[in-house]
Design a protein around this ligand. Structure first.
Ligand code: FES
Length: 115
């Protein structure tokens, strides 16, 4: 089970929800299930409107490092991640600072989502 904490100036207070391990829902699906006011449009990794900052809160090795090809393209185009950060994610398991909520799959780790 993972704690997913959402924080935003658009919310009255931070909200922590529990994602069931093995559920493999996207972060956007978790947000929608809990009425988190996260922006989204295409839900297919193409528009970039669901960009969020994801911080790993647990001290274990991060699970959700893999970026989809769509994330790489959209986040690079938006200037939210660099080629070096993509390479670091792929070769050193270093999580990039920004993700697309519709592409990021919630794993069994605690994360802080800022939008
Ligand atoms: Fe369009 Fe996620 S909703 S990229």
């Amino acid at each position: 089970m993972a704690n997913v904490t959402f924080t935003s100036p658009r919310m009255k207070k931070d909200l922590t929800v529990y994602a069931v391990a093995g559920d493999t829902k996207t972060l956007l699906a978790v947000a929608k299930a809990h009425a988190i006011p996260l922006d989204f449009e295409c839900e297919n990794g193409e528009c970039g409107s669901c960009s969020v900052q994801v911080g790993i809160l647990s001290d274990k090795a991060p699970y959700g490092v893999a970026l989809t090809e769509k994330e790489k393209t959209v986040l690079r185009f938006a200037g939210k991640i660099t080629a070096q950060q993509i390479e670091d994610a792929e070769t050193k398991d270093m999580p990039p600072p920004w993700r697309l909520a519709c592409q990021f799959v919630v794993r069994n780790e605690d994360i802080l989502v800022t939008f």
